[in-house]
Design a binder for this molecule. Sequence first.
Ligand code: SF4
Ligand code: SF4
Length: 221
Amino acid sequence: MIITRQKDFGEIKKYIKQYRNFFLIGCAECATVCGTGDEKAIQSLKNWLQSQNKTVTGWMIAKAGCQIFGTKREISHYKDLIEKSQCILVLSCGVGTQTITELFEEKPVIPVNDTLFIGNMRRFREFEERCRACGDCLLAITGICVVTLCPKQMLNGPCGGYKGECCEVNSDTKCAWVVAYRILEKNGVADKFYKKISGPKNWLKANSPRRYSARKGIDRI
Ligand code: SF4
Ligand code: SF4
């Protein structure tokens, strides 16, 4: 999932000072799990806006703000309330915010959240990064994502700096390559894997902006 964190009100205040009326849009997917796009987050923002003498003309929660076709349809039911607003505040990831920008080109659209990373929720609302979307997944070989979890992004680890089982960069974290080795050991393939040197990674696959058509099976890098 995409992990988001709400900006502090001080920063939001800078972006909205010239507007009085707002429409708020949350997202029922990742942002809701993060607590940054659900009804509670919307109500909290609404209360804060009202304390700043601003008006909220209405709000909605998109089923998936990152899907423009569905969001366009859902949002059409709120057209009048959106027209009454001078500005739209979006409580989603950056993708959802840009959906709204695309749908309302003539109205200012402002993100309420910062988009942090692709991650896993280990405990309630505690998140860890797990994938950098490199476009060329190595998990079949390494078991865990060393591209994300090794600060040096070593492809042939561990580096010479690890102490005990800990990473030299983050001493409170296990070396990603030690963790990878343990997984491969349990699978009975560790020795085979460690005899092989990995070649350079094709970072072209991670070049932005990326596009992909699942229908046509076409990449455009
Ligand atoms: S190897 Fe690449 S695609 Fe696979 S989990 Fe890591 S960053 Fe993501
Ligand atoms: S100690 Fe392990 S995780 Fe840390 S930088 Fe070296 S190889 Fe990467």
